[in-house]
Unconditional design. Structure first.
Length: 286
């Protein structure tokens, strides 16, 4: 299978297909379920399915929340699926691949993301695409946002934007708030895609393809819903209500060490398991 060996992937990472309203949504759902990230090359009208050699992964509860984000948190609220089209426009207007105007998220491909959600469940297999919005409360403007998708107990970020000049720090606020929201909703894994400095600063770690695929197969059949928080008026409350990264890691370490495992072994196993105690213990015993 291509997902295991990379043998049949172009340059060791890619599969390609032409765009088709009839077939592409089904293909995207199947690819996401196998661990591929669906993208687009609008110049040639090609769907790009990428299976990274290494993937940036983060346990949502372990996201690093900096002082500046906490300071600005009361200015914003976060939502899910309130403004899909606005987020698409924001990405198109404020991001680019090599030069302004060449954003890969074309209208026709954004529509494919949306159509995945209309597939019968037997074809969608739990894959669902979402928009995540960060709103500036005082002005009501969309300050940042992203598109992503859920596969069982995993959330994957596709692409996003922020109005960094109008709302400095809003992109980071959106990301840390999303991490805490994912934790609150019960997601175990947050897939951040390719390696970039800001993802590592959030707490992401690079994992080889084999490890990523193993996690996908373990978590993709666990139904988990991503919804807007209904009982918070700002992301400040969301950040305050969620355990801090240090607390999450310390609690996991304590649980594993109480089972009789040495500190160094426990930490290594937990890091490999993205701080999932059950999986870490399973690897230590096995």
């Amino acid at each position: 299978m291509a997902a295991d060996s990379g043998r049949f992937l172009a340059d060791g990472e890619w599969l390609f297909s032409t765009l088709s309203r009839e077939h592409t949504p089904r293909m995207i759902a199947k690819a996401a379920w196998q661990g591929f990230l669906p993208m687009y090359e609008k110049g040639q009208g090609l769907v790009l399915l990428k299976l990274h050699r290494s993937r940036c992964i983060l346990a949502p509860g372990a996201v690093h929340v900096g002082k500046q984000s906490r300071k600005k948190a009361s200015q914003f609220r976060i939502s899910v699926n309130e403004a899909f089209s606005e987020v698409v426009k924001g990405v198109q207007q404020h991001t680019f691949t090599e030069e302004p105007g060449d954003c890969w998220l074309a209208d026709e491909f954004a529509e494919m993301y949306r159509l995945v959600n209309s597939l019968p469940e037997s074809e969608r297999r739990g894959v669902a695409f979402h928009s995540v919005e960060l709103w500036h409360k005082e002005s009501g403007r969309l300050a940042a946002g992203e598109l992503g998708y859920t596969v069982g107990n995993i959330y994957s970020s596709c692409t996003g934007f922020s109005l960094k000049h109008d709302f400095p720090g809003s992109g980071t606020c959106q990301l840390v708030a999303l991490g805490k929201l994912l934790q609150r909703c019960g997601f175990e894994l947050w897939d951040l895609g390719m390696e970039l400095d800001y993802k590592l600063e959030l707490g992401g770690t690079m994992q080889p393809r084999a490890s990523w695929i193993a996690q996908v197969r373990r978590l993709r059949d666990i139904p988990t819903a991503l919804n807007s928080p209904v009982d918070v008026s700002s992301i400040k409350e969301l950040l305050a209500a969620a355990p801090r990264r240090e607390e999450v890691e310390a609690k996991a370490m304590q649980q594993v060490m109480e089972m009789g495992f040495e500190e160094a072994s426990a930490k290594k196993a937990l890091e490999a398991a993205y701080w999932n105690v059950e999986q870490a213990v399973s690897s230590l015993v096995g």
